[in-house]
Design a protein around this ligand. Structure first.
Ligand SMILES: [Fe+2]
Ligand SMILES: [Fe+2]
Length: 197
């Protein structure tokens, strides 16, 4: 039996999730060489805004699906609401730290480098510590996603799953792909480029 949920909204969620997780090959910028402020803009308008849009939708789907299927199929999706809520709260705080603290500090460093106003290397200051803290939090997000993968049996869609359940699994899978790309852009490109300024 299907959970009552507008089917159009379910389909839209799955489509948006999948589309947002797939960067277009044709229009993809080389972030190793693009200006750092452009990379920061991309992280905010594509990666952060994606999370801000998807997390509330997925939070609702997690609650609806778990409420029904944990009764009908005891043990199924056990622990999912808890680990997802933990990930949601950690990400919310993480994005705020990046947008209010780290990214503005990087923009200032870039501007000062361009004008020759700064003599101190970044690596010895607070920026390096903030970057280390962000990478530690990325490890926490990766651990939460591993747990989500476990409790969904590797994003398996059981034969008894309704449309809402399917949308949830597709949404969680797309979320993991998006977060992994997001972390790659920050850990492997943004942070080394900033520390090398
Ligand atoms: Fe970020
Ligand atoms: Fe981050």
């Amino acid at each position: 039996m299907a959970i009552l949920y507008p089917i159009a909204a379910v389909a839209r969620l799955a489509a948006q999730s999948l589309a947002a997780s797939q960067p277009s090959a044709a229009g993809e910028v080389d972030w190793n060489t693009a200006p750092l402020p452009s990379l920061l803009d991309h992280l905010i308008t594509r990666r952060h805004d994606y999370l801000r849009h998807e997390m509330p939708l997925l939070t609702e789907l997690v609650a609806r699906v778990h409420r029904v299927y944990s009764v009908r199929h005891p043990g199924e999706l056990d622990g999912l609401p808890q680990v997802f809520e933990s990930l949601r709260a950690e990400l919310q705080s993480h994005l705020e730290t990046e947008e209010l603290l780290l990214f503005p500090a990087i923009r200032l460093q870039v501007r000062d480098r361009e004008t020759g106003a700064v003599a101190e290397p970044i690596g010895v200051g607070g920026l390096a510590q903030t970057i280390a803290r962000m990478e530690y939090e990325h490890e926490g997000a990766e651990a939460a996603m591993r747990r989500i993968r476990e409790v969904t049996n590797g994003y398996a869609i059981p034969h008894h799953a309704c449309a809402t359940y399917r949308a949830l699994i597709l949404g969680l899978q797309a979320l993991e792909a998006d977060i992994r790309h997001h972390i790659h852009l920050e850990n492997d490109i943004l942070h080394p480029r900033v520390l090398a300024l």
